[in-house]
Design a protein around this ligand. Structure first.
Ligand SMILES: NC(=O)C1=CN([C@@H]2O[C@H](COP(=O)(O)OP(=O)(O)OC[C@H]3O[C@@H](n4cnc5c(N)ncnc54)[C@H](O)[C@@H]3O)[C@@H](O)[C@H]2O)C=CC1
Ligand SMILES: O=C(CO)COP(=O)(O)O
Length: 383
């Protein structure tokens, strides 16, 4: 948006806020203390997150209106750059067509420029790209910047597993909270009610600022002091969602799927607590836990592609199905299952996590999809 237009918008916000006399502790004319938010990522969820955030930065006096959103640039079939198309139409025509993002969202293909002025950084890209992105940002962010990760996934290093929030903190030297939950992006895009969980480390004020940034009447955000618990829930449920998809593809019915979800939840909890004993039981009952597991196993992309994989008897690869069915959107479950498997093998825990292990063995082609049947029967009988 042109600077003059943004200025006019700002004035309107100041007047609105002054009129309502809510929400801001700073002077309505003092723009220097306002937080500036940038979103790093513009896929399906990244675009919806930008829309949510932009509605709040526009409304609340403690934020600058403009939300700069980094776009991994690509050329559309029409020949137009994706960034230009987003800024022309105010829609992410590839990853979230038909939804206006808000006039205060500015798409930017330049990563450094996107983060330059921001003190609140929202990371939301597929997890496999995060390390490269963070390395590119070293020395380019504000000294007082803080981050939140909406990224569901982890990296496995020589030293062991590394959650994406830790990767951000380690590479950029900044604190990082997380936001996860039962959040199928297309539903939130059309403002259907849902909840989410912010996981924070120590500082409750920081958590409250993130809650304020995302919270809307149709997106209820609760904060819990358990970064690893929240992040592991969001990460591991993608592995269980693949198992649910296999069950659907094999037409095994709802009871089997429910059994898989129960066994999956149990492995999620056991794995999280083995890695991080500080993880709280209560976190599994938040939106990031059981609710995200349910929604993803019913309506997520991992479930959908795993169903097609099983229907094809494993003869078409996940890469091929992902490209055909998701058109640029990325699955996180297959690589997460591999990463979890690496941790399990390395630590001698394979026998403790038969569902996680079986999902990787199926998705990597070592076992046929029907192996999920034998697995579930054996597991359900053994309890
Ligand atoms: N879509 C959803 O419903 C939800 C997604 N999430 C999580 O949010 C994260 C981001 O997912 P989405 O926004 O849905 O993305 P997406 O899967 O819709 O889109 C893929 C994105 O990756 C970008 N990309 C492709 N190649 C790249 C590269 N080499 N480097 C950097 N970026 C590249 C594409 O431009 C696109 O923005 C994931 O961890 C996902 O699990 C979380 C909640 C809901
Ligand atoms: O994380 C999600 C919902 O909370 C989306 O899951 P999928 O990536 O499987 O669509």
């Amino acid at each position: 948006m042109a600077p003059a237009a943004l200025e006019a918008q700002s004035q309107q916000k100041e007047e609105t806020v002054a009129h309502n006399s809510v929400l801001s502790s700073s002077s309505v004319n003092d723009t220097t203390h306002r937080s500036k938010v940038s979103v790093i990522g513009s896929g399906n969820w990244g675009s919806v997150a930008s829309k949510l955030i932009a509605s709040n930065t526009f409304r609340l006096n403690s934020f600058h209106d403009e939300v700069r959103m980094w776009v991994y640039e690509e050329t559309l079939q029409s020949g137009e750059k994706l960034t230009d198309a987003i800024n022309r139409t105010n829609e992410n025509v590839k990853y979230l067509p038909g939804i206006k993002l808000g006039n205060n969202v500015v798409a930017d293909p330049d990563l450094e420029n996107t983060v330059r002025d921001a003190n609140m950084l929202v990371f939301v890209t597929p997890h496999q790209f995060m390390e490269g992105i963070c390395k590119r940002l070293v020395g380019k962010i504000r000294a007082d910047a803080e981050a939140i990760s909406l990224v569901k996934g982890m990296e496995v290093k020589m030293e062991g597993p590394c959650m994406i929030s830790s990767l951000i903190s380690q590479i950029l030297g900044i604190s990082c909270s997380v936001l996860m939950g039962a959040n199928i992006a297309n539903e939130i895009a059309v403002e259907k009610f849902s909840e989410a969980t912010v996981g924070y480390r120590q500082n409750r004020d920081v958590a409250e600022r993130w809650v304020q940034l995302f919270y809307t009447p149709y997106f209820i955000v609760t904060a819990v002091q358990d970064v690893e618990g929240v992040e592991l829930c969001g990460t591991l449920k993608n592995v269980v969602a693949l198992a649910a998809g296999f069950v659907d593809g094999l037409e095994m019915g709802n009871n089997t799927k429910a059994a898989i979800m129960r066994l999956g939840l149990r492995e999620m909890k056991a794995f999280s607590k083995l890695l991080f004993p500080s993880v709280k039981d209560s976190t599994f009952f938040e939106s990031c836990g059981v609710a995200d597991l349910i929604t993803t196993c019913l309506g997520g992309r991992n479930r959908k592609v795993a169903e097609a994989y099983a229907k094809n008897g494993g003869r078409r690869s996940f890469d091929e199905l992902e490209a055909e069915m998701l058109q640029g959107q990325k699955l996180q479950g297959v690589s997460t299952a591999r990463e979890v498997y690496e941790v399990l093998s390395h630590r001698g825990w394979l026998e403790l996590f038969p569902l996680f292990a079986t999902v990787h063995e199926i998705s990597s082609g070592l076992l046929p999809p029907s192996a999920i049947v034998e697995y579930s029967e054996k597991q359900v009988r053994s309890f």
